[in-house]
Structure formats: structure tokens, C-alpha cells
Design a protein around this ligand. Structure first.
Ligand code: SAM
Length: 224
């Protein structure tokens, strides 16, 4: 079982012993997810052609998926959500997370109980496909010529570039760019110089935006 932490906005996060890092910002897990992934990512593409196709790197606690599902319901907007996760958390961890209470929802368990490796229609508006794979393997599959499905937005939510430098590279971002439609975006919480340079090398136009509390700037990278 992972260690449970309460962040400044009252929402929980987990601490990963494997990676020695929390899943979210200590300054507010919910606030961070809303700002980086919903406002800068999802909302940017939501006005365009439905369905909105989301690819998340790092399903983790399911918080980004939960917020996206709720937004899909609120807008009556179909969403196809694909999430990669190499080290899924257990249902005993899910049971203690307070996201449903904080968001007045009842969906977190369904997200975690959904079968892996197939499309699961969780409502009229939200279809989830969880993939039990590493990001590296997922990217290599595309490079090997497996059919690549395009998405509109990528939530890049790996552990930090100091913890997982092998994931924040121009090679990985180039492989991900191939899965984004032109005009689609990748958003992430790290605006480190090396991350921005790797994104530019992969052909993205990189924008810096105001971050959530505790983070001056975050990134939205647009595929030209
Ligand atoms: C910062 S946490 C993600 C937080 C998550 N989006 C949430 O809302 O809880 C990073 C996640 O990436 C997963 N992960 C780490 N390395 C990975 C890899 N190489 N491939 C796929 N998933 C990975 C971790 O298990 C963890 O769940």
C-alpha cells in the first residue's frame, strides 16, 4: 500500500516508495490537475471536433481521468480516454483516496475496476481504455509500425525529469508527437529548460503558462 498524503487544497495524493516521489504537487493535487491538464489541455481542444481523444501518460490515482470524465458529463461531450500505466495502484489505495468526496462524485472505483486493454464504456460520454504498458514500450510499438491512433491531447504526467530522465527526452516526445493530430497539444507540469528543449527538438511549439500554486510556470506544447 502506498503512503497517503493530504495536499494543501485538502485533496489526497499518494507517495510512491518505488520512485521516491508523490503523485501530485504538495500544494494541491486537485488544483494542479485542473490547471495543467483540464484547463490548459482538455479545454483547449474541447471546442473542436468531438469526440475528444485523450492520451494520459501515468494513470496513477485516476484523478486526471476522473476530472475529465466529470467534464465530459457536464458538457455532454464524448471523450475517448486512453491511459498508460506500468505500475497500477491497488484497490486498497483507491479506497482511501478522497477524490469522490471532494468532487461530490461516485466514479473513482469504476475507473480503477475497468478492465485493462480494451475500450470500456463507463457512460454515454466517457470511454476508457487502460493500457498496462510502459511508455517506452508504447512508443516503441508505434516506431515498429503498429497502427497508431491519433489523439487530440496528451496529458504528460510522469514522475519528474530528475526522477525519470529517460521519459522526458526528445525521442519520447517525437514518438508521442506522431500520435497527436496537427494542432493537438501536450501539457505537463514541468517547465524545466531541458524539458522545453526536448519538446522543441521533437517539433512542438512550446508555450509557458501560469502554473498552479507552488509552480510559477507549466507547459503547453502544440503540434504544428
Ligand atoms: C506523477 S504519477 C501520475 C499521476 C496520475 N496522473 C494521477 O492523477 O494520479 C506518474 C505515474 O506514471 C506511472 N509510471 C512511471 N513510470 C512509467 C512508465 N515508464 N510507463 C508507464 N507508466 C509509468 C507511475 O506508476 C505513476 O502512476
Amino acid at each position: 500500500m502506498e503512503r497517503l498524503l493530504t495536499t494543501t487544497d485538502g485533496s489526497h495524493t499518494l507517495f510512491s516508495e518505488r520512485f521516491g516521489q508523490a503523485y501530485h504537487s504538495a500544494h494541491g493535487a486537485l488544483t494542479e490537475s485542473r490547471r495543467v491538464y483540464l484547463e490548459l489541455g482538455f479545454e483547449y481542444v474541447a471546442g473542436q471536433n468531438p469526440p475528444v481523444r485523450v492520451l494520459e501518460m501515468g494513470f496513477g490515482t485516476g484523478l486526471n481521468a476522473l476530472l475529465t470524465w466529470m467534464e465530459a458529463e457536464k458538457r455532454g461531450l464524448p471523450v475517448q480516454y486512453t491511459a498508460l500505466e506500468a505500475y497500477p495502484i491497488g484497490l486498497e489505495d483507491v479506497a482511501v483516496l478522497n477524490y469522490d468526496q471532494v468532487l461530490k462524485s461516485n466514479r473513482l472505483r469504476a475507473l480503477h475496476e475497468a478492465a485493462w486493454g480494451e475500450d470500456v464504456s463507463l457512460s454515454e460520454w466517457f470511454t476508457l481504455r487502460k493500457m498496462a504498458t510502459t511508455l517506452e514500450e508504447f512508443c516503441a510499438d508505434g516506431e515498429r509500425g503498429s497502427p497508431v491512433e491519433e489523439v487530440d491531447v496528451i496529458y504528460f504526467d510522469a514522475f519528474g525529469p530528475r526522477t525519470q530522465p529517460e521519459l522526458w527526452t526528445a525521442e519520447i516526445f517525437t514518438a508521442l508527437a506522431k500520435r497527436l493530430r496537427s494542432g493537438g497539444v501536450l501539457t505537463t507540469y514541468s517547465s524545466k529548460g531541458s524539458v522545453r528543449r526536448a519538446l522543441k527538438q521533437a517539433g512542438f511549439t512550446v508555450e509557458k503558462h501560469r502554473g498552479p500554486p507552488g509552480k510559477l510556470e507549466v507547459v503547453r506544447a502544440i503540434k504544428r
